[in-house]
Ligand binder design. Structure first.
Ligand code: COA
Length: 344
């Protein structure tokens, strides 16, 4: 983090989920899968999905408004939206989200880093605050992967869900609770094909040929992604704790991108921390991509697992490949979620 400019302080947290619940039993009724397989391999019991005609911006607006309310803030200099499922390929979705929130003429743009999107967006917003370009920022993670999954793909349909989460950042002091104290981001583009939507971009469109149907959907190589996720999240969390000046065993909570319950357990094992320091809501929401970390934070804050004064590291991993993490001392705030997430 910058040693010279203002620090970025988390001052508000909000989240939103679409009301429609898709259980493992619902999936088992349509695909060659079982509740037992999905629970044991991923820890997921249910996920939320948008209704026909809804879009990512609808979720982002709801989460953003809740984060502003949580911060009791009405000034926003920049809206940074992390998403890989924008409403349209062009333009970015953030300006529309800002406008619908009543934030007229603010800077607004999207960040694309798949499941690491929220961490990348936090880092970008913190840089704008450190440079003096912005005094406050709304950082939203929102995705609707239900719109890009192949209907017959039992692996991806079992994992992903829709949702949105947001934090409000304001300029402040590095010594305050809520100030971002360490940040680490990385990528490995040589493995981009492990997580991709192959068609729909300039590479395919410039051929002049229509896309193969299968290439228009999200595809993932589960096994290698699993291994890469564990390796990079564990290393990044360690690096960020070090940058914050914290010994790993003094970190109270590690809030990871909710990719798979077994990935969380493997990271806990690698960094040698007890599993109860890793709050998780994956059983109720699945992998919500860029929304995953702020949704998990909202859940943990609402159920008392996350309290003011705790040392917290957030960690993400996703397509690109990309990864990153952020350290902060948890601030005294009231998160505003959709409702307490019910047990499946
Ligand atoms: N129901 C039943 N069987 C399924 C299934 C489902 N929903 N999904 C996959 N399978 C099958 C596979 O087809 C395969 O069958 P086969 O042996 O006949 O070929 C078998 O289960 C084992 O598949 P495999 O991919 O080796 O299983 P796995 O234990 O690695 O679990 C994932 C698969 C996807 C759950 C796991 O690899 C994973 O979580 N990877 C990371 C995914 C992720 O986090 N992505 C986002 C990153 S940000």
């Amino acid at each position: 983090m910058s040693d010279t400019g203002p620090a970025s302080v988390v001052a508000g947290l909000g989240a939103w989920l679409p009301p429609t619940v898709l259980t493992n039993a619902d999936l088992a009724g349509r695909l060659d899968t079982t509740d037992e397989w999905i629970r044991s391999r991923t820890g997921i019991r249910q996920r939320r999905v948008i209704a026909p005609g809804e879009a990512t911006s609808d979720l982002a607006v709801e989460a953003g408004l809740r984060a502003l309310k949580s911060a009791e803030a009405n000034e926003v200099d920049v809206v940074v939206l992390a998403t890989s499922t924008p409403d349209r390929p062009c333009p970015a979705t953030a300006p529309e989200v800002a406008d619908r929130m009543g934030l007229t003429e603010v800077a607004a743009f999207d960040v694309s880093a798949v499941c690491t999107g929220f961490v990348y967006a936090l880092g970008t917003a913190a840089g704008l605050i450190a440079s003096g370009c912005a005094r406050s920022a709304l950082v939203i993670g929102a995705d609707t992967f239900s719109t890009i999954l192949a209907p017959e793909d039992r692996t991806t349909r079992a994992i992903f869900g829709d949702g949105a989460g947001a934090v409000y950042l304001r300029a402040g002091l590095a010594t305050e609770q809520g100030a971002l104290r360490g940040l680490h981001m990385g990528s490995d583009g040589s493995r981009s094909e492990l997580i991709e939507v192959r068609a729909g971009g300039s590479r395919q469109r410039s051929t002049g040929r229509p896309a193969e149907s299968a290439d228009t959907y999200f595809a993932m190589a589960g096994r290698p992604v699993f291994a890469q996720a564990v390796r990079h999240m564990a290393a990044s969390v360690r690096t960020t704790a070090q940058r914050a000046g914290w010994d790993m065993d003094t970190v109270d909570r590690v809030v990871l991108h909710q990719a798979n319950a077994r990935i969380l357990a493997a990271v806990a094992d690698q960094i040698d921390l007890p599993a109860d320091r890793f709050p998780s809501n994956i059983d109720r929401v699945g992998n919500t991509v860029a929304a995953s970390i702020p949704l998990a934070l909202t859940d943990a804050s609402s159920n008392g697992q996350l309290t003011a004064g705790q040392r917290v590291v957030l960690g993400g991993f996703g397509g690109g490949l990309t990864w990153g993490s952020v350290a902060l001392v948890w601030p005294d705030l009231t998160a505003i979620g959709p409702e307490p997430l019910p047990d499946a």
